[in-house]
Design a protein around this ligand. Structure first.
Ligand code: IPE
Ligand code: IPE
Ligand code: MG
Length: 238
């Protein structure tokens, strides 16, 4: 195994940002930016699996995105519907498992049904890669939801990090090693707040619809050069 292969992130997370600006640059409606973004995602899912990434999580709709104009929110729901319908077989063929993180109970029932079906159809025991779609996801919401469940259960044992984690949306998924955000914005916008405590962050100037295999490789190469210390001293100096 080469050094490069060894340092591929197990879990790579992406904040797909810049669809609106991509459309505006072309004088197109924002929803066409989201459509171009969805095509970029299809390419990146394939590329990530080819590079040996085991978990790819993508931030597709935040708990704050409901604030957007109604037409844009409806357009995004329509896009999720169309992808959930059309891409299940492709994911299944590629042995990619789809999982959802977020409050999709607040999505329209037909879309929820499609997403449930897609998860069921791809629930492989040993998938080549797991694709985690973060839909109506908010990090603070997730932590609050965990806390509510803990309280409802009347939990009275020792509550440490490991015990708390079991109440998160997808407790079995390892924390993201690398979080990529496109479009030059440098913030988390409520993404994976609990899980991001030791994630490496990488910011790309590319707008999401322009983010391609080459950009992904740049991010992976930067990641492979990072030294992760987790609060410890630099390796080799102790
Ligand atoms: C990200 O692109 C996609 C979603 C939030 C759904 P934006 O729509 O945020 O694009 P910009 O930031 O306006 O360019
Ligand atoms: C973050 O992007 C959410 C998603 C990519 C789904 P936003 O465009 O919504 O974030 P802000 O508003 O710029 O922080
Ligand atoms: Mg944005």
């Amino acid at each position: 195994m080469t050094r490069e292969e060894k340092s591929v992130p197990v879990h790579c997370a992406i904040i797909m940002d810049g669809n609106g600006r991509w459309a505006r640059k072309r004088m197109l409606p924002r929803i066409l930016g989201h459509r171009a973004g969805a095509s970029a995602l299809v390419r990146i899912v394939r590329a990530a699996a080819e590079r040996g990434i085991r978990y790819l999580s993508i931030y597709a709709f935040s708990t704050e995105n409901w604030k957007r104009p109604k037409t844009e929110v409806l357009g995004l729901m329509a896009l999720f519907r169309s992808y959930a319908r059309r891409k299940v077989q492709e994911l299944a063929k590629e042995n990619v498992r789809l999982r959802i993180a977020g409050r999709i109970d607040l999505f329209p029932q037909d879309l929820r049904d499609l997403l449930e079906y897609a998860q069921k159809e791809t629930s492989f025991e040993n998938p080549r890669m797991t694709l985690i779609a973060c839909l109506n996801y908010g990090g603070r919401q997730e932590i609050l939801d965990a806390f509510r469940r803990i309280r409802e259960e009347g939990y009275d044992r020792e509550l440490d990090e490991e015990a708390f984690r079991r109440y998160l949306y997808l407790p079995d998924i390892p924390d993201p090693d690398l979080i990529i955000r496109t479009s030059g914005e440098m913030r988390l916008s409520n993404f994976w707040l609990w899980q991001a405590s030791y994630s490496e962050l990488y910011f790309s100037e590319s707008l999401w619809p322009d983010f391609d295999e080459n950009e992904l490789d740049k991010a992976l190469s930067a990641f492979s050069k990072r030294e992760r210390r987790y609060g410890n001293v630099q390796l080799g100096t102790s």
